[in-house]
Write a protein that binds this ligand. Structure first.
Ligand code: NAG
Ligand code: NAG
Ligand code: NAG
Ligand code: NAG
Ligand code: NAG
Ligand code: NAG
Ligand code: NAG
Ligand code: NAG
Ligand code: NAG
Ligand code: NAG
Length: 522
């Protein structure tokens, strides 16, 4: 074959995916040669691979159809640059570029990135070492659907134009060194998720924002923001994940929140004060009119549960409802309307100045797993109904002014240490002798940390132990019954074990001399 068309194979790939799941092995090696002649490629995904010579491919290749290029976690090193070639034509069709998590040398973000990718809508540069300001030339890009520059060393003020650039979805500028104030229009009408945590932002939040906005996630945590929390934050129709923790906000928590449709709210570690309005708990109020929860956050979320910081991602967030008001200066009573939060899994009111009784309605929080009321000035008795909270696995009322009796050591409460009650001088935890039939069977609590749990009822321990033993046997039996492959493996293993044991015994047991005479000798 001669002449025209040499080197242009007839087989033209549209889509190339050499990616792998992290931890499941990766493609290592040079870029496959035949791909240099693939000019029709629309989508390339090489994430989590280790491929050399990729950038050359982008230079020499004329893949003008390319729509999506994912080079995340590809061990790319050197400077991140877009190959410039005399005959290079801009990738007009490229919409998605992901170069997150690579080993590029520290450098500023390329100013002319949009000259090459004029229609880019999703750009991810996260988890690299980019430094400097966001180049102003980026304002000439087409509006971003997703802009992710998180976890770099970027600094300077967040440019004003960026808010006009975002047509929606996700803007993640978290974990950088951005400073300065947030401009008035810092959330655009179409944005869904805004992450600005762990920067050095300061100043106050804008006083107004239209409640028509569709934002669902707002993370401003770990900055130096101050002033009061504006009313609009509570009032946004779909805003269900709100992280304002670890700032210097003061004043009241606005009454505009609707906790019933919210998912995670963290205002801990601020200087908030005043009473908590009962209105935020009632779905009955006007607060919750037309509200719906935002249901598909795309980024990791941190939340303190059971005294530990957990990172939530994906579907577990769907089941996660929590409120963290801890480490502020809130006063007044905990409103009884708190009983409306029947779906809440985590409540942390600790390190405040709450007074008054623990509301009886707290027994209505049937889903609660972590409840911390410690370090306040709560008085009165601990409602005995609290032992009906069967999901509870972390609880504390330490350092309050509670009096009279501790709850009975039944159900979950038989697994807690005494220190959850300490620091209440008027509280008497010495319980009268209980006859065995007044004991309610504790639900065995499977703790996620060692050393937890007080006494476990030994009887139920043995019962559940035997039950699980039988269950394991049954499962093995049914697996063997159903699956011929595992049956073969199982019996092979048993065979090998028996043989090994047999020869071990034969080789090591001291054979009585009496039988030794029968050993054949050659
Ligand atoms: C990057 O790839 C390596 C090797 O496959 C893997 O161990 C690591 O978890 C990946 N990192 C991320 C952030 O996915
Ligand atoms: C990537 O592959 C090269 C060899 O092709 C090797 O030297 C390098 O250590 C690999 N990097 C990682 C992070 O696996
Ligand atoms: C790339 O394609 C353009 C036309 O689309 C053509 O003019 C140019 O010569 C090609 N370049 C290479 C290196 O194939
Ligand atoms: C951003 O948009 C608003 C109105 O949508 C406009 O008034 C303002 O000039 C724009 N700002 C920039 C920097 O483009
Ligand atoms: C609470 O208020 C007291 C005095 O009013 C102040 O000393 C303390 O720092 C405040 N605590 C917080 C967390 O703001
Ligand atoms: C809900 O509000 C209505 C009137 O707004 C009132 O009649 C009713 O008692 C309230 N229900 C609860 C449970 O607060
Ligand atoms: C409640 O918050 C405090 C401080 O913010 C923290 O130390 C504590 O561990 C949290 N409690 C639970 C049960 O997570
Ligand atoms: C208890 O929870 C249910 C459902 O979550 C709610 O309808 C009811 O009003 C709550 N009761 C109290 C006293 O808060
Ligand atoms: C604690 O509660 C008792 C009544 O039970 C009350 O007399 C006392 O003043 C309270 N102490 C504080 C510090 O509030
Ligand atoms: C605590 O309660 C127990 C049993 O109800 C009782 O025997 C004991 O005297 C009480 N202790 C104090 C200091 O009140």
């Amino acid at each position: 074959m001669h002449g025209r068309g040499t080197g242009t194979p007839l087989l033209q790939l549209i889509c190339l995916d050499l990616s792998s799941w992290p931890g499941y092995g990766r493609y290592v090696g040079p870029f496959p040669k035949f791909l240099y002649h693939q000019t029709k490629l629309e989508s390339i995904d090489l994430s989590n691979s280790n491929i050399t010579g990729m950038t050359t491919m982008l230079v020499t290749n004329n893949i003008t159809h390319l729509n999506s290029l994912s080079l995340s976690n590809c061990s790319l090193s050197g400077h991140f640059r877009i190959p410039i070639h005399q005959e290079y034509h801009p990738h007009e069709n490229l919409k998605t570029l992901d170069v997150s998590t690579n080993d590029f040398s520290p450098s500023p973000i390329l100013p002319d990135i949009c000259a090459f990718f004029p229609n880019i809508g999703h750009i991810s540069l996260s988890d690299n070492k980019f430094y400097g300001e966001i180049p102003p030339q980026l304002s000439n890009c087409s509006p971003f659907e997703i802009l992710d520059v998180s976890n770099n060393q970027l600094s300077g003020e967040i440019p004003r134009w960026i808010w006009n650039m975002s047509t929606g979805s996700i803007q993640d500028l978290s974990q950088n060194k951005f400073s300065g104030h947030l401009p008035p229009g810092f959330i655009s009408p179409l944005m869904h998720e805004v992450y600005l945590s762990r920067n050095q932002l300061e100043g106050t939040l804008p006083a107004t924002l239209s409640d028509k906005y569709s934002i669902g996630v707002l993370d401003l945590s770990h900055n130096h923001l101050m002033g009061t929390i504006p009313k609009w934050i509570g009032g946004l129709r779909q805003l269900s994940y709100i992280f304002l923790n670890d700032n210097q906000f003061h004043g009241d928590l606005p009454y505009t929140f609707c906790l019933e449709t919210s998912k995670l709210i963290d205002v801990s570690h601020n200087h908030l004060s005043g009473h908590i309005s009962y209105e935020i708990f009632t779905s009955n109020g006007t607060n919750c009119n037309g509200r719906n929860a935002y249901d598909n956050p795309q980024r990791d979320m941190e939340f303190v549960t059971k005294t530990k910081t957990y990172t939530y991602h994906g579907w577990p967030l769907y089941y996660m409802n929590g409120l963290d008001f801890s480490s502020n200066n809130f006063t007044g009573e905990i409103p009884p309307q708190i009983g409306h939060l029947g779906n809440t899994k985590v409540l942390n009111f600790s390190y405040n100045m709450f007074t008054g009784p623990i509301p009886l309605t707290i027994a209505n929080l049937s889903q609660i797993e972590s409840l911390d009321l410690s370090h306040n000035n709560l008085g009165g008795v601990i409602p005995s109904q609290i032992t009906e909270l069967h999901s509870l696995s972390t609880f504390s009322v330490a350092y309050n002014n509670l009096s009279r009796k501790c709850p009975q050591k039944v159900a979950q409460f038989s697994t807690f240490d005494e220190d959850i009650f300490e620091g209440n001088p008027l509280l008497n935890c010495t319980l009268p002798f209980m006859t065995p039939n007044t004991l309610v069977r504790p639900t065995p609590y499977i703790g996620d940390e060692e050393g937890e749990g007080g006494f476990i009822d030994m009887e139920s321990f043995y019962v559940s132990g035997s039950v699980s033993y039988v269950m394991v046997l049954l499962v093995i039996a049914s697996v063997l019954h159903i699956n011929p492959y595992w049956r073969r493996v199982w019996f092979y293993c048993i065979d090998v074990t028996i043989t090994t044991c047999y020869y071990f015994v034969v080789d090591h047991l001291p054979v009585p001399t009496k039988y030794k005479v029968w050993e054949p000798r050659f």
